[in-house]
Design a protein around this ligand. Structure first.
Ligand code: FES
Length: 359
């Protein structure tokens, strides 16, 4: 398909070709009659060098196989847990995978460069430079636009515009700050472990109203409440980890997975943050005692330590130790003993510490 453009000032007519070139247009010059001098076409590889290269490629692929097998073996042998074990696992997995990928890439590169035949290809292209008329026309248009914009004439506007743009240029550097600092141990703790200003255990209050909960008033088995820490009702960062669901059971309903020392008169508190990827899990099925997470349907048995009975979550909702203060209001006796919410890389270390302390 061809199209004609006319440049108004020069009156020049230019032919422009759009779309896929016709099948008979020369893209690769294979006709030796038209090939430039010194373009011999296919250059076969030296057979002696090609054989050597073949052995080298085979060796590299063998290394890839061994490193790949080493990666799988490392996954089985080196378990995460303590910091040392996690570091050894990282080193073994990363080292073997890097070696496998590097040797595979090197093998493929040598194969292509030293074994496959080479070609000298000639691709015909039109001249990239525009003709003088076009260049003159573009230059005039540009200068006219610059003049009309007043960028040159209005010094005040020009300077304030440049001033306004300067902080925007620095914005990407400011965003780099978000790369750190590392969270440290902050993911392992919630505000439930912090006493109030007067040194008392923190009360559980109803989400939304901020009402403290008197244990004696929360007396209907099958009831469920969404609960937050007193003093942090508006702190979204704290609530993202500390929100709870509170349930009441008849004593005979609670099974062995629930830590009875952390309950009060059949009242149990679990983290509301799903251990899969952190959605609020608060749909409750009273007859089965199942807590459902609406995001990916993880299901937890609230009567049995909130253990997972269905879905992608890999661990129970953590249980919070609760009791009552001198006025009969529900309070947190301590923080969770394991990190809440979705898994993160060092979570295994925190849980290993808990197991060590308990044993
Ligand atoms: S976040 Fe709860 S199931 Fe995925």
């Amino acid at each position: 398909m061809t199209e004609q453009n006319e440049f108004p000032e020069s009156g020049r007519v230019q032919t422009r070709v759009l779309g896929t070139p016709p099948a008979d247009a020369p893209i690769v010059d294979t006709d030796p009659v038209h090939a430039p001098e010194g373009v011999p076409g296919v250059i076969p590889q030296d057979p002696v060098k090609a054989r050597k290269a073949e052995r080298l490629v085979a060796l590299l692929f063998l290394v890839t196989f061994l490193a790949g097998a080493g990666f799988i073996a490392s996954y089985v042998i080196f378990q995460v847990g303590t910091i040392d074990r996690t570091a050894t696992s990282n080193l073994a997995l990363g080292g073997t995978l890097a070696l496998a990928l590097l040797s595979l890439a090197a093998g493929l590169t040598v194969w292509v460069r030293r074994i496959m035949p080479k070609y000298n290809l000639v691709q015909e292209r039109h001249e990239m430079r525009s003709d003088d008329d076009t260049r003159e026309y573009v230059q005039e248009t540009f200068l006219q636009g610059a003049d009309e914009s007043g960028f040159v004439k209005h010094r005040l506007l020009r300077r304030t515009l440049l001033l306004a743009a300067a902080p925007l240029g620095l914005a990407p550097l400011v965003l780099l700050k978000d790369l750190g600092p590392l969270p440290g141990t902050s993911l392992r703790h919630t505000v439930w472990g912090e006493p109030t200003k007067d040194g008392k255990p923190r009360r559980l209050v109803v989400e939304g109203s901020g009402q403290p909960i008197r244990a004696a008033d929360f007396n209907s088995p099958g009831g469920i409440l969404s609960v937050v820490p007193e003093g942090y009702e508006e702190d979204l960062n704290a609530l993202a980890k500390a929100t709870l669901i509170l349930l009441k059971f008849r004593p005979e309903e609670l099974k062995s997975g629930t830590n009875l020392n952390w309950t009060h008169d059949g009242i149990v508190a679990y983290s509301k943050i799903c251990t899969h990827v952190g959605c609020p899990a608060a749909l409750y099925e009273q007859t089965t005692h199942h807590i459902l997470c609406p995001c990916h349907q993880s299901t937890f048995d609230a009567a049995d330590g909130a253990k997972v009975v269905f879905g992608p979550a890999a661990r129970p909702l953590p249980q919070l130790p609760i009791g009552i203060d001198e006025e009969g209001y529900l309070v947190a006796k301590s923080d969770f003993d394991v990190p809440v919410g979705p898994s993160f890389w060092e979570r295994g270390d925190a849980e290993a510490e808990v197991r060590e302390k308990a044993s």
